[in-house]
Design a protein around this ligand. Structure first.
Ligand SMILES: Nc1ncnc2c1ncn2[C@@H]1O[C@H](COP(=O)(O)OP(=O)(O)OP(=O)(O)O)[C@@H](O)[C@H]1O
Ligand SMILES: [Mg+2]
Length: 458
């Protein structure tokens, strides 16, 4: 019962059985009642058509044979048994006596219905288990009911017809049931096979094999499921590739400074080094250690951002104030590079809802880029503005700019134009952070002018 195939076959079986049971238990009895009623109606009409003759014969003082003759003919014409009862008054109480019958020697009929006619004075009808009976009063000239004519006809043909119908319902039902079970089983088997294929494909994907898409052979729900599954498989394959590449690049990036560190340590072991060279090597060591430190922090940040586990604490922040504070951190570097950093503010507070620590991190990344990717001696401009519901922080430099085809790639992790300088994680982190704060990091660049703009909801 646990398989879809058996359950569907059972469902088809149950539905068909219910339909047959309804036919058998509801329609067949109704048919029987209707046929019986029709029988009575026909009998009433036949009685109406023949009672005149009976009345005439009973009204005159014809001899008994004449009456018998008339009753028998009327019975024949009505296609029913006709029994004529005379109403005798015995001590004031009416009594019924059979005076004539179209079927000689026929069994005595229940006279209850005739007594009812005596009381009401109107034609009455009834259906017993085996007979349809119509009782018609026959009045004499004074309007007194002197006879009651009982028309009766057997209902056995009705029962016979209904029994045939019941039997046919049963035979047709048995065939329908067999077909339903077979059809249900076949349909379910076809469905189960297609579901099985999906299951197998899912198992393959779970085992890391993204190479075999499921053939989409129809447009129905299962076809759509297969299509969605193939889409998912494609995306998973892409993610898998990206993940592998990320790990490969990350370990490569980590390896470079580590090898370099190892090399310098080996060189430093040489005891005949003069003081000057030793100091230079130690300087290099410090540089590589710093590079490693930055790289590990960046990698950690990026992986936290991508896993969604980096917690942000948004609060109303004045971006002008933040821009000045972060810019002043760069004074020593600026002095070294003979560059000038100008902070342009409107004089009013530029409020935005964001995490100040993370916005400062983005600014550092942007200013650092501006410094490293523009020639010494050129200016950098930082500005904070606010309009149409957004607060904007812009960092502008006057370096050689970013090439058009590189513009779409600079926000990807590890994309960098010069390997020696950085690892290409800065902008990836910055744009992820901006998105997490419901903001956006955009760039515009041409030779001599590059502007990165951080847009935050105000
Ligand atoms: N202001 C800029 N002017 C010109 N090119 C830039 C500028 N900012 C970024 N780029 C380009 O975008 C690339 C990616 O920048 P990103 O900050 O992500 O990495 P990076 O600076 O190379 O390394 P790091 O991870 O150390 O920051 C850079 O290599 C550089 O080519
Ligand atoms: Mg950078």
């Amino acid at each position: 019962m646990r398989s879809l195939r058996n359950r569907l076959a059972f469902l088809f079986f149950a539905i068909t059985l219910a339909a047959i049971a309804a036919l058998y238990l509801y329609i067949a009895p109704q048919l029987e009642t209707r046929l019986r009623d029709e029988k009575v109606t026909q009998l009433r009409e036949a009685a109406q058509g023949t009672i005149g003759d009976v009345r005439r014969a009973a009204g005159t003082d014809v001899p008994t044979e004449g009456l018998d003759e008339a009753v028998s003919q009327a019975g024949d014409r009505a296609n029913a048994r006709l029994t004529l009862l005379r109403v005798n008054s015995v001590d004031g109480a009416p009594q019924l006596e059979r005076v004539s019958d179209s079927v000689r020697g026929g069994e005595t009929l229940d006279q209850g219905i005739a007594e009812g006619v005596l009381r009401d004075g109107r034609t009455a009808s009834a259906v017993t288990r085996s007979l349809a009976i119509v009782a018609v009063p026959v009045a004499d000239r004074d309007g007194r009911i002197s006879f009651v004519a009982l028309y009766s006809t057997p209902t056995s043909d009705v029962e016979g017809n209904v029994a045939v119908v019941r039997q046919q319902i049963l035979i047709a039902g048995a065939i329908a049931l067999a077909l339903a079970v077979l059809a249900g089983w076949l349909v379910a088997r076809a469905l189960a096979q297609r579901v099985k294929r999906l299951e197998e494909a899912a198992e393959q994907v779970a085992a890391g094999d993204f190479s075999r898409p499921i053939p989409v052979d129809s447009d129905d729900e299962l076809g759509q499921l297969a299509r969605a599954f193939n889409d998912m498989q494609r995306q998973l394959a892409q993610l898998d590739r990206a993940r592998k590449q990320f790990i490969a690049t990350a370990s490569h990036e980590l390896r470079t400074p580590l090898f370099s560190l190892g090399g310098f340590v080996e060189l430093l072991e040489d005891e005949e080094l003069d003081e000057e060279t030793r100091r230079r090597f130690i300087g290099q060591l410090r540089l590589q250690v710093e590079r490693l430190r930055k790289l590990t922090v960046d990698l950690l940040d990026l992986s936290r951002l991508e896993a969604g586990s980096l917690e942000l604490r948004p609060e109303p922040v004045d971006l002008s104030e933040l821009a000045s504070a972060v810019s002043s951190e760069f004074e020593p570097v600026l002095a070294q590079r003979d560059a000038h950093l100008e902070v342009r503010l409107t004089g009013r507070a530029v409020e935005a809802l964001c995490d100040p620590v993370r916005v400062a991190q983005i600014m550092r990344i942007l200013i650092d880029n501006a410094l490293t990717h523009s020639p010494a001696g050129t200016d950098i401009v930082v500005s904070a503005t606010r309009d149409d519901g957004f607060a904007r922080l812009a960092v502008r430099d006057h370096g050689k700019g970013i090439e058009r085809q590189a513009l779409s790639q600079i926000f990807e992790p590890f994309y960098t134009t010069d390997d020696a300088q950085g690892s290409g994680l800065g902008l990836a982190i910055a744009s992820e952070l901006a998105e997490r704060m419901r903001g956006r990091l955009g760039v515009e660049s041409r030779p001599g002018r590059t502007v990165f703009t951080l847009e935050l909801p105000a």
